[in-house]
Structure formats: C-alpha cells, structure tokens
Design a protein. Structure first.
Ligand SMILES: Cc1cc2nc3c(=O)[nH]c(=O)nc-3n(C[C@H](O)[C@H](O)[C@H](O)COP(=O)(O)OP(=O)(O)OC[C@H]3O[C@@H](n4cnc5c(N)ncnc54)[C@H](O)[C@@H]3O)c2cc1C
Ligand SMILES: [Zn+2]
Lengths: 415, 107
C-alpha cells in the first residue's frame, strides 16, 4: 500500500496520476480462514482491522453480499457522540469517539472527523431533568458534557427559534467534542488498511448457510462456494436474525426501517449537530451544504430499505417549528436502512450457543458513532474467545438475567 | 404505505391509523417455566425476512387488536384475521402458499 501524503500527491501530480493503486484488492475466496467475518459494514471491517492490529490475526476474510459500506454504514446521518447514560455504554461509545479523534492518522485515510459540537435539545421539563441527570452521569464517567441554557443554545445555533409555541427550547445537553465524520470514508479507510494487512475483502458474495458440527462452527456456504473457518463473526446489522436462523439460534432483535433525507445545498448556516428528541428529528449540515435530516423508525418488521411518506412529513413538520428557515428548502433525496433493534436499545457483542460463532449487532439506530470502539471490543472477543472489559456487559446473557443496559432514554430518537 | 383491512370493522386502514404490536402467536411462559423458555417468550424473535405473522391494533379506528400475515421483504399483505386464535387460519395459510409456493407453515 502506498501511503497517502502530501509528497504522494506532489509525485503523482508530476506523472499524470498514473501511480495510484487500488485502495483494496478484490481476491477470490480461499478455502479456509482463521476468522471469517460476515458483513463489510463499518463494524465488520473495524473488527477485522483490530484483529490484525491488536491481536496479530491476519488470516481473515470479510464477506459482503453487496458492496462494502453499502448497508447502514453508507446510509446513516453520521452523528458521533458518547453522552449515553449507563456506564457500560459510556465506556464503549467514548472509546469509539476517542478513537475517531485520530482515526484519519491511524488509517492514513481522511475520514473527515469533524468534532463540531453536538446539542441534544430539552423541549419539555421532563427532558430538562433527564439531560441534567445525563450530564452528572457523564461527568462521573469521564465523558465531557455540559448543560447549557437557552441563550447559549441560541448563540451556538442562530437559525433556531427557541421560543417555539409548542416546544420552546429550555436548554440542551452539549457535547463539544461530538460531531460527524464521512460515513463511507470510515468503511473505505478500514477496508484499505485491512487489505494492506493481507486480509481478503470479498464483495458480491452472499452467505447462504452456516455449517456446524456438534455445536461447533465449521464454515459457511456462499454464492461463491463453501469457505471453512475456525471462528465466525456475524456483523450484519439488519440481517442478524437471518444469519442467526442459519446458525440455529434466535436473537432478541427486530429489523425495522429507519430513514433520512437531505435538502438542496445551501450556504453554511449551522456548524453544530442538533438533536431534538421530543419532536423526533435531528439535523446537521454536510460539507456540501445539504441539511442532513433524520427522524424515527417505522414500528414494524421490515427489510425493504425504503422509507415512508408519513415519516418524512412527521420529521420535517417537527423540525420546521424549531428551524423556520427550513420551510423554504427543497428536499433532494430520501433513503432508508434496516436497523437491528434490541429491547434495551443497547448493542449485543457476544458469544453464542454455537462454539466459535460470535455476534455483533443490535446497534440499531445509533451504531455509526460506535464503529471503532465496537471493532476494538469485538476483535478482543473473537481473538480471546471471551469478552474484554468493553464488551463484558453486552452479552446475550443479559436478556435471560434481566440485566439490561437501558438506553431508551439516552437513545431517545434515532441517530 | 402499508394498508391493512381491519377484520373487525372492515375498514381498509393505512399505516398511520394503526399501531404495530410485534410478532403474533407467541407461546406464553411464566412462573414455573425455565429461564430459557421465559427468555425466549420475552425476547427471542423470528424476525424473518419473508412471511411474518404479527399483531396490529386499529388504534385510530375501532381500537381492537387483530393479526396480519405479511411479507417483510416486499411489504405484500397476505391477509388479516381476528386475534382470538392461536395459529393462523387455513385461508391465510392458503393465501400465503399461493404467493410463496416453497413456504412451509411453522417457518
Ligand atoms: C437512516 C439512518 C440514520 C442513522 N444515523 C446514525 C447516526 O447519525 N449516528 C450513528 O451513530 N448511527 C446512525 N445510524 C445507525 C448506523 O448506521 C448503524 O448502526 C451502523 O452503520 C451499523 O453498521 P454495521 O457495520 O453493523 O452494519 P451495515 O453497515 O448495515 O453492514 C452490514 C453488512 O452486512 C451485509 N450482509 C447482510 N447479510 C449478508 C449475508 N447473508 N452475506 C454477506 N453479507 C451480508 C450487508 O450487505 C451490509 O453491508 C443510522 C442508520 C440509518 C439507517
Ligand atoms: Zn377496526
């Protein structure tokens, strides 16, 4: 892999850019790998990367039915934050956020991490109490957040109407080092680094079956033939239940559509991320100038990767009260992704009832922010066969034991 | 937009008039059963990519619960039926088989 640098740009400029290599290779699958990872989204690729980097396991394949980053990783609104409520969540999300800070340098790939600051608006008294509590919890956890008053909100976001008749802004939970990153660059950067370590990223290859013998994984069947493996990591977000069915177990997951939309590009008008959980909407401005808008999930099981009209209407209607200028914007595009929802709105990083099979799923509406931390923790789980401190609380056992990590309040709305 | 016919009042209701209630025909477990059975009842879900039996409430209509058979991969609706049954009735099964020849009940 040639490193990207200012010198490389200068060198290539002098020879008509003829020397750039492909960012990753597209090899044919081998017969056997030490570890096979299903799903080349951010979480699958980050798992592969830290398996190689932290644990020296490089005989790894990442199998993807479509194109890498084409699932939720390439469909999300890219909000990064770690202001969750419970200690295990704070640990893994803050690990992820702090890894994002240097991810471009680590991967030698510009993921455009932009810690521009993030506001979660309190628009009811209930939310004021909830977010003040979150600030106290965050401060104990070592996550820097603060409570800010409406005047400060207005100063940070001049285009906001804080006196809305129905839901006035009563303050906000502010995380100054929250922000956004370029979603596909995260997938591409990890893929390039994995490929450089000699790992195989195999796209256009759907896993159609999981082979087990005496409760131990043997390998997988794919549209490009059978592949044997000693360990299998299932990291397929909305398709987790489908892979679980192939492996012979069930998960506490339901797949639902979550959608987002972007406006026509306009001049810079908002340089922070705003989430408004009461009215179910969140928004940031992309580098291209589009207002990136997301709302809530559909409530029913769905695999169609489409949105629905009433949610577009609900989301924009809600945001227009708080951002009156939005009413003049045309919406350019709208799309959906299939998110993997758990009952406690927390992820699952776990061993399973089949030896050698591990799952990483349940990130639901909010897993983009977690990609580096999740990959870090998952690599440790797969390499050692037991969870390390970051993953320990996120096992499947918690559903049997009633030991939930309840983030339904902190997750609030989809993001 | 998803449209389901309420089997109680006969109205063709669209999504915004209905509340989804998750997987139908779950077997209830409770005191005296094993932890595994209770966990499976509470949390483990089929969540299939394909034919799904599910609960709905005609929330902004007659207010009653009913069940629907629907394909989660295409949003095609095979039929709806009252909730007072523990398994999908035969006409619903036939409607699914007509559209999904390889499909097995119990899947
Ligand atoms: C509209 C929307 C907005 C969102 N906004 C945010 C946000 O602002 N902030 C945030 O933190 N999170 C957000 N999320 C959530 C976030 O996108 C996801 O949690 C995260 O991207 C999940 O990554 P993943 O790698 O687990 O899954 P994915 O990126 O979905 O990757 C899974 C991959 O598995 C592949 N696959 C599935 N089945 C098979 C098979 N049988 N064989 C081979 N491959 C298979 C799929 O093709 C897919 O590429 C949002 C999600 C959506 C849909
Ligand atoms: Zn009715």
């Amino acid at each position: 892999m040639t490193r990207y640098s200012v010198f490389a740009v200068a060198r290539e400029a002098l020879r008509w850019h003829s020397g750039w290599e492909r960012a990753w290779k597209s090899p044919a699958p081998k017969k056997k790998y030490d570890v096979v990872i299903v799903g080349a989204g951010g979480h699958g690729l980050a798992t592969a990367y830290y398996l190689g980097k932290n644990h020296g396991i490089r005989n790894v394949a990442v199998i993807e039915k479509g194109w890498l980053g084409g699932g939720n990783t390439g469909r999300n609104t890219t909000i990064i934050r770690s202001n969750y409520l419970q200690d295990p969540s704070a640990a893994i999300y803050e690990k992820a956020r702090s890894l994002y800070e240097n991810l471009s340098q680590d991967l030698n790939y510009n993921v455009m991490f932009s810690p521009r600051g993030l506001l979660m608006l309190a628009q009811t008294h209930h939310e004021v109490r909830g977010y003040r509590r979150t600030v106290y919890a965050n401060n104990l956890q070592g996550v820097t957040t603060e409570w800010i008053e409406p005047a400060k909100v207005k100063e940070l976001v001049p285009i906001m109407n804080i006196e809305g008749p129905r839901y006035p802004v009563l303050g906000a939970l502010y995380q100054a080092r929250g922000g956004t990153a370029r979603h596909d660059a995260v997938a591409w950067g990890y893929a390039r680094a994995c490929s450089a370590m000699g790992m195989d990223i195999i796209q256009q290859c759907e896993v159609t079956g999981v082979r087990t013998l005496n409760g131990q994984v043997q390998g997988i069947d794919t549209t490009r033939g059978a592949i044997d493996c000693a360990k299998l990591a299932i990291v397929v977000a909305g398709h987790s239940s489908v892979l679980a069915e192939m492996s012979g177990f069930r998960l506490p997951i339901e797949s639902m559509a979550l959608q987002a939309l972007v406006s026509e590009p306009i001049k810079p008008c908002m340089d922070v991320v705003v989430m408004a959980n009461t009215v179910h909407g969140y928004m940031s401005q992309s580098d291209k100038g589009e207002m990136v808008i997301g709302g809530g999930t559909d409530g029913f099981n769905n695999y169609t990767q489409r949105g629905s009209w009433q949610h577009v209407e609900e989301t924009t209607r809600a945001l227009i009260e708080t951002f009156p200028m939005l009413s003049r914007l045309k919406m350019l595009r709208q799309w959906g992704g299939i998110v993997d929802m758990t009952g406690d709105r927390s992820p699952i990083l776990s061993k399973t009832s089949v030896g050698g099979i591990f799952v990483n799923c349940g990130w639901g509406t909010g897993g983009f922010k977690a990609i580096p931390g999740s990959g870090w923790a998952m690599a440790e789980l797969v390499a050692k066969g037991e969870p390390g401190p970051l993953a320990a609380e996120f096992g499947l056992d918690r559903f049997k034991e009633g030991r939930f990590i309840d983030e339904s309040v902190a997750a609030g709305v989809a993001h | 937009m998803l449209t389901l016919t309420c089997p109680h009042c006969g109205i063709r209701a669209e999504e915004t008039e209905l509340s989804p209630g998750g997987e139908a025909h779950l077997k209830r477990y409770g005191p005296g059963d094993s932890d595994e059975q209770f966990e499976a009842y509470m949390f483990a879900r089929k969540n299939p990519k394909g034919v799904h039996f599910e609960r709905w409430r005609h929330a902004y209509g007659c207010g009653k619960w009913f069940l629907a058979a629907r394909c989660t991969a295409t949003l095609e609706v095979f039929g709806t039926y009252p909730a007072q049954v523990s398994a999908p009735p035969e006409p619903i099964i036939e409607a699914i088989r007509a559209r999904r020849p390889g499909w097995e009940a119990g899947q």
